[in-house]
Design a protein around this ligand. Sequence first.
Ligand code: S3P
Length: 168
Amino acid sequence: MNIVLIGFMCSGKSKVGRLLAQRLGRPHYDTDELISRKTNMSVADLIRTQGEQAFRDHESEAVREVSSLQNAVISTGGGAPLREENMQTLSKSGYVVWLKVSPEVILKRAGNLASRPLIDPDHPLDSIRRRLAEREQAYAAAAYSVDTDAMNPHDVAEKVLSTLPKGF
Ligand code: S3P
């Protein structure tokens, strides 16, 4: 079984995923990294030049690839759960954990918005709130959730480790 991290941008999926993988001695895969490597482009550039839907197709392919692995830690892009097929595939492949984060904390953690083409730089908080609201139901299909607002990635990783079902 894999451990799969989902959640909005800046919820800590990549950092927590790396920490979990280190602690468990398992390989770590990040769908955004796989897409970048395959397309030779940053995800932000891919979205800007080919559009969000083309990126989502690459993302679904990356989700299928990582879901066929076993005993890996998988960090997904924030929008991966938008496609129901992705959530179904991920849920079948492992224990899915939603790293929750509030819009205000997302904005604080986001820093330079130039690398985040899906956040409107003129109305960042509104656009974060809108996208989060669109996704909340999909994220809620996770087996477990952690509120990360007041936690650092180490604490989040420890929390996830402490809740892993038997056999992990
Ligand atoms: C996206 C989140 C990004 C990346 C892409 C789209 C989203 O990943 O996949 O820019 O739709 O929320 P992170 O969640 O790792 O920032």
